[in-house]
Structure formats: C-alpha cells, structure tokens
Design a protein around this ligand. Structure first.
Ligand SMILES: Cc1cc2nc3c(=O)[nH]c(=O)nc-3n(C[C@H](O)[C@H](O)[C@H](O)COP(=O)(O)OP(=O)(O)OC[C@H]3O[C@@H](n4cnc5c(N)ncnc54)[C@H](O)[C@@H]3O)c2cc1C
Length: 276
C-alpha cells in the first residue's frame, strides 16, 4: 500500500517551501494522470500537494496580450470559453478530444502538458499556436515556449520548486482555419495513436504532431514546402512529413501504420485549412 503525506493549502509561498521540502513532491491538479500513475507504480510520492485552493492558478481571461489559461482551469472550461471558441477553436478541439466529459471536468491543460506524454492531446494545438508556458517559483516567474517545455517522454522544463502558473496564447490570433485530428484505436476513450494539428495563417500553415517522437513535433518540412516554396499539391507536401517524425511500434500501433496515418491526416488537414 502506498504511504504518503497529503497537504492542501491556498498559500503559494507555503507551496514553494513544500515543493523543496522532499525529493518526491507531486502537485495535484485534476489527478487524472497522477492518481492513475500512482496506482500503476509510475509515481511514488512522499508528499502530494493539492493545488486546488490556490486562487493565483484559477484565472481564465482574455486581454490585450491574448488568452491566458490558469493551471487549474479544466479542459471543459476551456472548451466553453468564448474567446477560445471564437479565435483559437483548434485548442477547444484538442481539449475536447481528451478522455470523456467526466475526465475533462477534472483534467487541466497544465496537467496535460506537465505529464509530458508525447501523445498529450492539447500539445499539438498548443505547438501550432506557439503557446507560452508561464512558470512560477520562489525566485519569481519565467516563461518558455511550449516546444521548449516538453523535453522528453514524461519530462518537462520545470525545475525543482517550480509550478506551471498558466498558459498564454498570444495575439495576433491565426487568420485562418485550424483542425485537430486524433487517430485512436476506439471511437471513445483512448489515448492518441497519433494526433495531428494543422493551423492556417492566411497563405501560411503550421503543422504539429503528437505520438510520433519523444516529444510532440512541428512538421517543419511540410511547413517549409508550403510557406517558403509555395507548394500547393497537398499530397506532395504531406509526404514530406516522414522527414519530421520518428514513430515507434507500441501497443497502440506499428511504426509503419503511424507513418501512413500521419501522412493521410496531414494531407486532409491541409485540404481543410488551406482549401482543396
Ligand atoms: C480514463 C482516462 C482517459 C484519458 N484520456 C486522455 C486522452 O484522450 N488524451 C490525453 O491527452 N490524456 C488523457 N488522459 C490523461 C489526463 O486526463 C490528462 O493528461 C489530463 O489533462 C491531466 O490533467 P490533471 O489536471 O488531471 O493532471 P494531474 O493528474 O493532477 O497531474 C499530472 C502531472 O502534472 C503535475 N502537475 C499538475 N499540475 C501542475 C502544475 N500546475 N505545475 C506543475 N506540475 C503540475 C502532477 O504532479 C502530475 O505529475 C486520460 C486519463 C484518464 C484517467
């Protein structure tokens, strides 16, 4: 049986002290990764630090900088937030594809990226939007781009004593369409076999893919062909995605299938966002 201490406090300064107090301290947001991971033996916390009383992590707002989503905001709240639906619906699609309604009622976007699964469904949309992760610790705040935040499978850019405070999608918002495709083994609750996000910005495009490398990746070969060389044959552009990914075979799919389905979904994404 697991034995650990549990603390819930609304005082951020106390949180910083507690984060440094032991080696294995785990912040708890929705718990949909943490508790499952503890049961499966992936995490063995000495201390669980419940963040849910910390007001500083609850903001969800749009201002002149863009949209800021606090670390405790749930995926369902993001799906329904009008500025997200109006300006960056690709993020709403990514959030909506996570688990079930009940999971999304607890799960947070910060938990999704802190868990740092290469298959995290919010990651590819956040990569396409060049989202910024705002980090807070006893020394103050710092911000990193989301693609710098993911550093390996299950690894992120947080240092000891730090928390994700929020995620910001900066203005200007994309001037085009965005779409998120999730391929999974079942039509209901399952992790992504691959996740493909495509976002057009006028004549330009951004493409990001999950579950095909140790971290989510941008499909820079595809982007380059379209944005720099004016490629309009979406099949040709999509075929270049093989240069950007290095999928493995696992229980969800073979490497070969992942190469195939990613190319198909990138082509469909280009057709839908850039026009056939
Ligand atoms: C049945 C089920 C289905 C699922 N389906 C999907 C799916 O389809 N797609 C998908 O991507 N995921 C899925 N998940 C995984 C999970 O729901 C998401 O990753 C979720 O967004 C995690 O958020 P959370 O708030 O529950 O995180 P938690 O479990 O609370 O935390 C996750 C990790 O992040 C750390 N953490 C949390 N908040 C912070 C913070 N502010 N600062 C620093 N560290 C922090 C925790 O210590 C822990 O290590 C599923 C899980 C379950 C149980």
């Amino acid at each position: 049986m697991l034995s650990y201490e549990y603390v819930k406090t609304g005082n951020l300064q106390e949180v910083f002290k507690l984060l440094e107090s032991r080696e294995h301290v785990y912040p708890l947001a929705g718990g949909t990764d943490l508790i499952v991971g503890m049961r499966g033996g992936k995490f063995a916390p000495e201390l669980i630090l419940d963040l849910k009383d910390i007001e500083e992590l609850k903001e969800l707002r749009e201002d002149k900088k863009g949209i800021t989503i606090g670390a405790l905001v749930t995926l369902n709240e993001i799906c329904l937030f009008k500025p997200v639906l109006d300006n960056i619906p690709i993020l709403s699609e990514g959030c909506h594809s996570v688990g079930s309604y009940m999971i999304r009622n607890r799960a947070t976007i910060a938990g999704n990226i802190c868990n740092a699964s290469p298959a995290a469904d919010t990651s590819a949309p956040l990569y396409c939007l060049d989202a910024v992760v705002n980090i807070i610790g006893s020394d103050g705040t710092r911000s990193v781009r989301v693609d710098e935040f993911f550093t390996g499978p299950g690894k992120n850019a947080l240092k000891k004593g730090e928390l994700v405070q929020s995620i910001t999608v900066l203005k200007p918002y994309p001037e085009g369409r965005g779409i998120y495709f999730k391929a999974s083994r079942t039509g209901s609750v399952d992790l992504a076999t691959v996740g493909v996000a495509v976002q057009s910005w006028g004549e330009r495009v951004k493409v990001a893919i999950g579950a095909v490398a140790p971290t989510p990746v941008r499909a820079l070969s595809v982007e380059n062909a379209v944005n720099e060389y004016g490629e309009k044959d979406w099949s040709k552009a999509a075929a270049l995605v093989n240069n950007d990914i290095s999928p493995i075979t696992d229980l969800r799919a073979s490497r070969e299938y992942r190469y195939h389905i990613v190319e198909v979904l990138v082509r469909r994404g280009l057709e839908k966002t850039m026009g056939v």
